[in-house]
Ligand binder design. Structure first.
Ligand SMILES: CC(C)=CCC/C(C)=C(\C)COP(=O)(O)OP(=O)(O)O
Length: 388
């Protein structure tokens, strides 16, 4: 796997390969839940939580220095450092030229975060660099929102007044339809701050390749994300620790879901709205999204425990509720993650034969889980860790 900058010739070769569509291992993954001629297998009862942790794995022990021991997740289907670098370079140009953020720390922060590698891993079926950039711009924009509006340690965010800020951010992707006298003030407010400015631009690029229904889906999922941010902020303000069920319900909203549900847009196809709206497809989408987000809780636990303020995370709320130490809570959280992934796979297997486009969407969710896992493990030792 190369880590060197991509020479221009090699880069155009990469992009040509992307335009040709998924090949090799990525193609196989796109068929992960491909329709099969056979009758769907009978649904199996969901196994109990205890079955999701291998009994011989010590609590929290790492099986290597980058992966969490006992964590079950589909594998990433490609890893292409040169393509990730090409995405990062294009994202840096976007941040500098369209978002007007040209301070040196912005570039350093973006490269350390490595969004190019995230979208390269999570969307192996993207047909072009521009499709990957759609995902990359939103990943950057949502992190700008999180850093400026939510996280106290970053760029001045915090729970006070968060709802009013997030509502303006939401209006960047779901426009206000104002009387003429007020519309210019709203537009100026969006342009005046990096968070809504990022979202306006990311959404404009997204609109160039997505259908109205796909845009509508994204607006809905982002509004739910911000509702999840507000639940987290409310717990911080009141100093309460949610019950585990309540935390997981919050995390189903404060969730990577908007990144997963653009998998068809980024893949260059559309899952029709009536298929997306099916309760079983919604359940599969929620399971994959929440598994991906619980995985983030596991890899970011050490960083969040080092903060000098409470920061809830699945292991910390399990530790509080079950009265166990953080290592045992971490092991139980791995089991929660694994159950979510296994349940997703049990659900997806009989759903995929219903339609080729649904099979591709379900494969996209699975690819996103695997790519997200690989991206997190790649940042172990810098941003993330494999245990408490
Ligand atoms: C990119 C996106 C839509 C994120 C939504 C929710 C979110 C910020 C996360 C799931 C990540 O959680 P967190 O803020 O804890 O991230 P880090 O652990 O700091 O990477």
């Amino acid at each position: 796997m190369s880590t060197a900058p991509v020479p221009p010739g090699a880069r155009s070769g990469r992009i040509a390969a992307l335009l040709a569509g998924p090949t090799g291992i990525g193609t196989a993954s796109a068929r992960r839940f491909a329709p099969r001629p056979s009758v769907a297998p009978p649904a199996e009862p969901a196994p109990s939580l205890a079955e999701h942790v291998p009994p011989d794995v010590p609590a929290g022990a790492a099986e290597d220095d980058r992966h969490i021991a006992g964590l079950y997740c589909p594998p990433a289907v490609r890893d292409d450092r040169a393509l990730a670098d090409a995405v990062n370079a294009a994202l840096l140009a976007w941040v500098r030229d369209e978002l007007r953020m040209d301070e040196p720390w912005v570039e350093a922060k973006l490269l350390a975060f490595d969004p190019g590698r995230s979208v390269m891993l999570c969307h192996p079926d993207a047909p072009s660099l521009e499709h990957l950039l759609v995902a990359g711009r939103f990943l950057v924009a949502e992190n700008v929102v999180d850093d400026y509006y939510c996280e106290e340690e970053e760029l001045g965010g915090g729970p006070d007044g968060l709802g009013a800020r997030l509502l303006v951010a939401q209006s960047a992707i779901d426009p206000s339809h104002l009387p003429a006298a007020y519309a210019p003030q709203w537009a100026a407010a969006l342009d005046a701050h990096p968070a809504p400015r990022s979202l306006v631009s990311a959404m404009a690029h997204f609109a160039a390749l997505a259908s109205d229904a796909q845009l509508h889906r994204f607006r809905h999922d982002t509004a739910n994300l911000y509702l999840g941010y507000l639940a987290e902020a409310a717990d911080l303000q009141t100093g309460r620790t949610p019950a585990v069920w309540e935390y997981l319900t919050q995390r189903q909203f404060n969730n990577f879901r908007p990144c997963l549900t653009i998998t068809d847009s980024v893949g260059g196809y559309e899952l029709p709205a009536e298929l997306f709206a099916r309760p079983d497809v919604q359940r599969a989408t929620a399971l994959a999204s929440t598994a991906s987000t619980v995985l983030n809780d596991l890899y970011s636990l050490r960083k969040e425990m080092a903060l000098d303020r409470p920061h809830h995370n699945l292991p910390t709320v399990i530790s509080a509720e079950d009265g166990c130490d953080i290592h045992e809570a971490f092991r139980r959280s791995v089991a929660v993650h694994n159950e979510l992934v296994h349940t997703f796979e049990h659900l997806a297997a009989p759903l995929a034969p219903l339609s080729p486009v649904l099979a591709r969407y379900l494969a996209g969710l699975s690819n996103w889980m695997g790519g997200n896992h690989e991206w997190h493990s790649g940042l172990v030792g810098t941003r993330y860790a494999t245990g408490p």
